[in-house]
Design a binder for this molecule. Sequence first.
Ligand SMILES: [Fe+2]
Length: 299
Amino acid sequence: MTDSATLIEYGMPINADSMVTPPDVTELELEAGHPGQGDAEYLQRRKELFALCRKHRLEKLGPPLVNYTDEETRIWREVSPKLDELHLKYASQIYLKAKRDLAITREVIPQLRCLSDRVKRETNMHLVPAEGALPYRTFYEYIAERGFPVTQFIRHGSHPEFTPEPDMIHDCLGHVPPLMNQDYAELLTLIGKAASSTPHGDHVLALKRFSWFSIEFGLILEAGETRVFGAGILSSTGEIPFSLFSDDVVRRPFVTNKVIETDYDPSRMQDHLFVAPSLQFLRAELEELVRRLGITVLR
Ligand SMILES: [Fe+2]
């Protein structure tokens, strides 16, 4: 991972500069094949929330209070109980405790402003309203300042168990609860500081993969049992059993040098996963990686 001219991401060669100078997306763009394409009411709502969250993000206003519609509440009430059942069986204890402490329920879509205040009291992290998925380095610039960008829109109702982009169900039921854990918060913040400090695209890519195979798609050992803690797994009813039980998944111990050399395809179920022995282990591994890459953390 030293020659930035040969960076590969998602199986394709990429320009290393794109890792350090991310684009700014100023208008709502739904990818081709998005289930909300062609639904004028959905598109209108998404545009409204895009503008509101972008304004609150750029003007540092904190998460806006949102009046969720009946349809949005219906989708939450359809998806969150199914996820909750799976969480109780398979999620890490760190996650389950935090979800209880945050009082996230199956019935009511939480207001990010309330979650942010609660997380802030616990670990001094806070939530930043995001109009959509932010470019990787922009995302980690917020995290370096202990802010976690979170979306405030919900997937399209025609496919309640599927979203081609991170939405509020992914963020609130995947990413937010572990922010209540101090080791997790420090792990995340260091990824953010390192990723937003380095001028080298290959370093950013290494940190992105470290994050992908821990924060996003990590498995963790607890009392000799493999449990789920990555947000991408925790927010998908298909991915939770697939990650733990499918014969199509290769599960290996978390070895940082292997992790940072492993490419992935975010558009499919993840068939290569790493199992970390603990959050403290991940934190120590990350500190060592940042030292080894020679990144001077600027913040
Ligand atoms: Fe995510």
